[in-house]
Design a protein around this ligand. Structure first.
Ligand SMILES: Cc1cc2nc3c(=O)[nH]c(=O)nc-3n(C[C@H](O)[C@H](O)[C@H](O)COP(=O)(O)OP(=O)(O)OC[C@H]3O[C@@H](n4cnc5c(N)ncnc54)[C@H](O)[C@@H]3O)c2cc1C
Length: 370
């Protein structure tokens, strides 16, 4: 049997592509070597966030956030979608200057963004330490339990006739089809490489490396944290090229649990917990929220963000191919940008006008490293 589209990878990006393309009437096959949502998607924090590291990042996160806000009405309760907003926390007056810059960029992009002084910050988040300078409240950001959202996207794709095969490893991608580990060849008009950080193994034109992260989750402490809280220094951690970095980043879950991040490490391939990094990460969090120390943690885990040299994903046709496309390399924003990625790729494949310019994400772009 042949398909219109074969998608390699059933993480949130492959799942979103499957839902969008099958809803457009195409016959879609998803091939996943493991089980659904077991790669970076299983490890992520589920923060749907507007980010402005570059114009292109702002455009894609903004577009995707709008799509999530529309999609929220359809999500089942177990996807735990919460419109909790983000507060970017400023420790001092220098960081307040960054708050003002960010507010101006966000509002000129049509997003809400409210500057908080020290008092309003404390009122909104009483467990933050005293003496912080203020922050930026972005009310339209949210959080989601991305595992259930991924499964829901795949169920939707199935309802439109898509076939999802797990435990099937793709070993070769070429124009016209994919080859499986067992030697079978499956023909498809279009192939989408959505294999996360493994995408580069199948398509060497893509430059993607693993960027390790640690997260921890506490027992239930309802209302201890009310918004996703991130220190402004997170931006340096997320976009810098330091080998190891940590930043204060906490998230309230609808269960009352608190998800605590985050760390970034290049050049580490093992999944083990690095207690030195974990210690740095929690110490940083205690500096901002001292009473976090008193809470019990139930689990700590690690995962790998699929990182590209310029922090932008690859969305579009892969150089040297006629019918092979990439949807990979979303680093720490793949949950946020999955829906936008899927819509952009669907437009390109169907030959319709994309909602935002797609060129900045083209796999053939000239990459300037940050
Ligand atoms: C600690 C951490 C925190 C994060 N927090 C956030 C956050 O708050 N917000 C946000 O937006 N993003 C966040 N992210 C990033 C986000 O999780 C990723 O960008 C996103 O999950 C990438 O999805 P994906 O579908 O591209 O990749 P994956 O989820 O890795 O999926 C790729 C799939 O392809 C399969 N595959 C690989 N090779 C093959 C093959 N040869 N054949 C068949 N299948 C194959 C894999 O098994 C895997 O299931 C975080 C990531 C980490 C690690």
């Amino acid at each position: 049997m042949s398909y219109d589209v074969a998608i390699v990878g059933a993480g949130i990006v492959g799942a979103a592509c499957a839902a969008s393309l099958s809803a457009s009437g195409l016959r879609v096959l998803v091939l996943e070597s493991n089980d659904v949502a077991t790669g970076a998607t299983a490890a992520g924090m589920g923060h749907i966030v507007l980010m402005d590291d570059s114009e292109a990042q702002l455009a894609l996160t903004g577009y995707s956030r709008d799509l999530w806000n529309e999609f929220a009405e359809e999500l089942p309760a177990d996807a735990e979608y919460e419109h909790c907003g983000t507060i970017w926390v400023a420790a001092d007056e220098d960081e307040m200057a960054e708050v003002r810059r960010k507010q101006s960029v966000y509002t000129s992009h049509g997003s809400d963004a409210e500057i908080l002084d020290a008092l309003s910050l404390r009122k909104l988040e009483p467990n933050l330490r005293e003496g912080l300078a203020g922050g930026l409240l972005v009310e339209d950001d949210s959080v989601v339990y991305q595992l259930c959202a991924t499964k829901f996207l795949l169920e939707r794709a199935s309802r439109y006739g898509a076939k999802i095969q797990t435990g099937v490893k793709v070993v070769e991608i070429s124009d016209g089809g994919v080859k499986l580990e067992n030697g079978d060849v499956i023909a498809a008009g279009v192939i989408i490489n959505a294999a996360g950080h493994a995408a580069a193994e199948l398509s060497p034109a893509l430059k993607i490396v693993k960027r390790k992260g640690h997260l921890a989750i506490t027992e239930r402490y309802p209302n201890f944290v009310r918004h996703q809280l991130i220190e402004l220094g997170y931006l340096k951690s997320a976009h810098g090229s330091d080998k190891d970095s940590v930043a204060f980043n906490v998230q309230p879950r609808s269960t009352g649990q608190i998800l605590l991040g985050s760390s970034r490490q290049f050049g580490v391939d093992t999944t083990e917990i690095d207690f030195n990094i974990l210690n740095r990460m929690t110490s940083r969090a205690f500096e901002y929220m001292p009473d976090l120390k008193t809470l019990s943690t139930v689990r700590v885990w690690t995962g790998f963000r699929p990182a590209t040299p310029d922090n932008l994903p690859y969305i579009g046709k892969i150089t040297g191919h006629e019918t092979v496309y990439a949807a990979a390399g979303h680093e720490g924003l793949g949950i946020t940008t999955s829906l936008g990625t899927a819509e952009l790729l669907t437009s390109v494949i169907l030959g319709t006008k994309p909602a935002i310019p797609i060129e900045p994400y083209s796999p053939s772009r000239t990459i300037t490293e940050h």
